[in-house]
Design a protein around this ligand. Structure first.
Ligand code: PHE
Length: 336
């Protein structure tokens, strides 16, 4: 084995590597020269037999041979021709991860309410956010001199329309187009000129309920709300009614449920009263029935309305209503 023979073998190997046209040919070149019984191991083995003054040069040549051939074979490896490779996209990098979103607590409460009342036979009805004075007030037996019509409480629009202050106008719209029996709930946005603070927002959600049929009583209302509250807050909560006033119900009540946290003995959440207010309600006023063409001598009904944000705050222990609107991801992520 002479230096020249090593050079010749090297040049031949390099040429063969350049000439190989497919993966099989490349592999054959690799085996022929770099394989265990290939030419390079043989050359390495012969180095020892060379005269000492040639060994250094021969060793350098042999190494150059090996490295050069490995490089050439690597370069000729079949290229990735996919679109991903062409775009420079490195599909071996770890992914960026995908955090699924969460259902907003307001949407969650609405979904729960729909589910629970759905089992009691209520269907969902909808109405416009922009209402007429008639549907939001007059048909609900609220006279023009009532303070809630005041420009400082209600967002009036040019042309006499308004942003609904309650979901109760949907009651009117449904009764206008449908005869009894009626059994609906209507979740939706409401608007009031309230100054925002921890418990008030100019834009919030209510769920309205309306049940009209023959011989519907206040006891039915209480039983239905009690059933709802037990599903929502736990099997041991009770409800109570306190007398109240709404223009469109007679009698009217405010509905409380026994505090789900302390069981009624008094705690911070129920302000040590043992009870938490949850809904306004009452028996539909005969004047409202007459407006929509129902005969109050034949039909009776109850209605209720509750604040969705309020329920969410009670259920999840949220102390400031503004957290529900700020869309701070750290807050929202908790509702997985
Ligand atoms: N609409 C009333 C309110 O916003 C709530 C209510 C609804 C009361 C239905 C009685 C019956 O305060």
């Amino acid at each position: 084995m002479t230096l020249n023979e090593i050079i010749e073998a090297r040049d031949r190997a390099f040429q063969e590597a350049e000439a190989a046209t497919d993966a099989a040919a490349l592999e054959a070149v690799r085996v022929r020269y770099l394989g265990r019984k290939g030419q390079l191991p043989q050359i390495m083995a012969c180095l020892r037999e060379l005269p000492p003054e040639q060994r250094g040069e021969a060793g350098r040549l042999a190494n150059e041979f090996k490295q050069g051939l490995v490089e050439r074979l690597d370069n000729r490896k079949p290229q990735d021709t996919t679109a991903a490779a062409a775009s420079g996209f490195d599909y071996t990098l770890p992914g960026t991860g995908c955090k699924p979103g969460t259902v907003h607590p307001v949407s969650r409460v609405i979904a729960d309410v729909i589910r629970i009342f759905g089992r009691l036979g209520f269907t969902v009805a909808d109405g416009p956010d922009i209402e007429t004075r008639y549907h939001n007030f007059e048909a609900l037996n609220t006279p023009a001199h009532h303070p809630s019509l005041d420009a400082k409480d209600t967002f009036w629009l040019d042309g006499g329309g308004l942003l609904r202050t309650q979901t109760s106008p949907v009651q009117i719209r449904v009764m206008e187009r449908q005869s009894p029996p009626v059994r609906i709930i209507t979740p939706g946005r409401c608007y009031r000129r309230d100054t925002t603070d921890a418990t008030h927002s100019a834009n919030f959600h209510q769920v309205e309920g309306l049940y009209v049929d023959r011989r519907v009583s206040l006891a039915d209302l209480k039983g239905t709300l009690a059933c709802f509250m037990r599903e929502m807050m736990g099997p041991s909560v009770a409800v109570r009614f306190r007398p109240h006033f709404f223009p469109f119900t007679e009698p009217s009540v405010e509905c409380d449920f026994s505090c789900h946290l302390c069981g009624g003995s008094g705690c911070r959440v129920c302000k040590h009263s043992g009870w938490i207010e949850i809904a306004g309600a009452g028996m539909v006023d005969p004047r409202v029935f007459r407006k929509v063409g129902y005969d109050p001598e034949v039909f009776s009904g109850y209605a209720f309305g509750m604040g969705v944000e309020r329920i969410a705050m009670i259920q999840y222990g949220i102390e400031d209503i503004r957290m529900l609107y700020e869309n701070d991801v750290r807050f929202l992520e908790q509702f997985r």
